[in-house]
Design a protein around this ligand. Structure first.
Ligand SMILES: Cc1ncc(COP(=O)(O)O)c(C=O)c1O
Length: 384
């Protein structure tokens, strides 16, 4: 553990839990938008009198009904999937941890986008891997990827192709095909982490990397119900090609035998109840207007010379303040003014960019977003 840093993000989240704080920090769904009634009905169904199996141990790969339902949803999104391709995990975070445990030996190299989702870096660090970042500026460059693969000989490439955490960036279809080609040429595993893919607010979906020629038998696709249903359920999944399944299955057994029988059954019942698509459509509508409110407010709030991403979905915007500013140094003043964000430096493994910050737009309605941006603007003006 000595080589793995604790998550500074979790510490910031602890400071921002008070209701006074307008927090743009966490990637949190708005609890007001949880389908409380639908989830209550689903739990009621699985807790019907006499239904004792939901309290029992169950199989490692997960609830058959839940796996069939996820396979069906993936098929409808253009990725033909059999229930046996899937392993249910305790949140998609566990899918990342299992993948690292199953595929990596100490000293192996992992390529990641820079900046990158912090807790994935922790998983790779814990597995003893050497993490090599793909440079930050602009979208991933397939030529540079090929060059780095030849030079660094990585075993695995970690990607968040849809609405990346933290930048909000989405990979084009062309880029996905190119990445698949490079991976096939060099025998590279790909981890395609996709917790946000169904939260698209504009534009057309691109194919999953797992569906691109050359990547089919070397991509582990990771998904989650955290952002589209409720993170407290801790239900995620991975879709693995045949060659990785046995190792992943053993890793899951050693981690926790299986994911909660009760919670899996409740999510399966929720999906069978037919409410999920309507619920996701409602989330999309609400989050799209929140993203718009944030995009509209940023020009006034941020100092001249700032730039920011304009995502097509997900939960995050990536801001770059003028060169001389340091988002980490400004955070204590922001917290005193009851507004929070995550300094961008936490998402870098190589040379960090202190002028960056990640803003999440999902946790508050548009009026509170405007209020939070006004406070952030005042703090940043004072810090110039
Ligand atoms: C990119 C990414 N992957 C995985 C996760 C883990 O999510 P969960 O374990 O709740 O499914 C998150 C959570 O924020 C994330 O942003």
């Amino acid at each position: 553990m000595s080589g793995v840093e604790p998550s500074a993000l979790r510490e910031i989240l602890a400071l921002t839990s008070h209701s006074r704080v307008v927090s743009f920090a966490g990637g949190l769904p708005d609890p007001e938008l949880f389908d409380h009634e639908g989830l209550r009905l689903a739990f009621e169904r699985v807790l019907a009198p006499g239904a004792r199996h939901v309290f029992q141990y169950s199989r490692t790969e997960g609830d058959p009904e839940l796996r069939a339902a996820i396979a069906g949803r993936l098929g409808r999104r253009g990725l033909p999937t059999a229930p046996d391709d899937l392993l249910i995990t305790t949140g998609s975070q566990q899918a990342l941890a299992l993948t690292a445990a199953a595929l990596l030996d100490p000293g192996d190299t992992v390529l990641v986008e820079e900046p990158c989702y912090l807790a994935a870096l922790q998983c790779f660090g814990l597995a003893g891997a050497r993490v090599v970042p793909l440079p930050a500026a602009g979208p991933l460059d397939p030529d540079l990827l090929g060059e780095l693969v030849r030079r660094e000989r990585p075993k695995l490439l970690y990607l968040i192709p849809n609405f990346q955490n933290p930048t909000g960036r989405t990979m084009t279809a062309h880029l996905r095909y190119e990445v698949a080609r490079v991976a096939a040429d060099h025998g590279l595993w790909i981890v395609e982490d996709d917790p946000y893919g169904e939260l698209r607010y504009r534009g057309e979906p691109a194919p999953a990397v797992a569906a691109c020629p050359g990547a089919e038998d070397r991509t582990i696709l990771v998904g989650s119900f955290s952002k589209i249903l409720a993170p407290g359920l801790r239900i995620g999944w991975l879709r693995a090609p045949h060659g990785a399944r046995r190792a992943l299955h053993i890793a899951k057994q050693t981690a926790d035998l299986h994911t909660s029988t009760l919670d899996q059954a409740a999510v399966a019942a929720y999906l069978a109840g037919g409410r999920i698509d309507g619920h996701i459509a409602g989330l999309r509508q609400a989050y799209a207007s929140r993203m718009q409110a944030m995009l509209e407010g940023l020009a006034n709030a941020l100092p001249d010379g700032s730039t920011w991403s304009t995502p097509d979905g997900g939960m995050f915007l990536w801001v770059r303040l003028p060169e001389h500013m340091d988002a980490e140094a400004v955070l204590p003043a922001a917290l005193r003014h009851n507004v929070a964000y995550v300094p961008g430096s936490h998402f870098f493994t190589g040379r960090s960019d202190p002028a960056c910050m990640r803003l999440s737009f999902t946790a508050h309605p548009p009026e509170r977003i405007a209020d939070g941006l006004a406070r952030l603007g005042a703090v940043l003006q004072g810090a110039r």
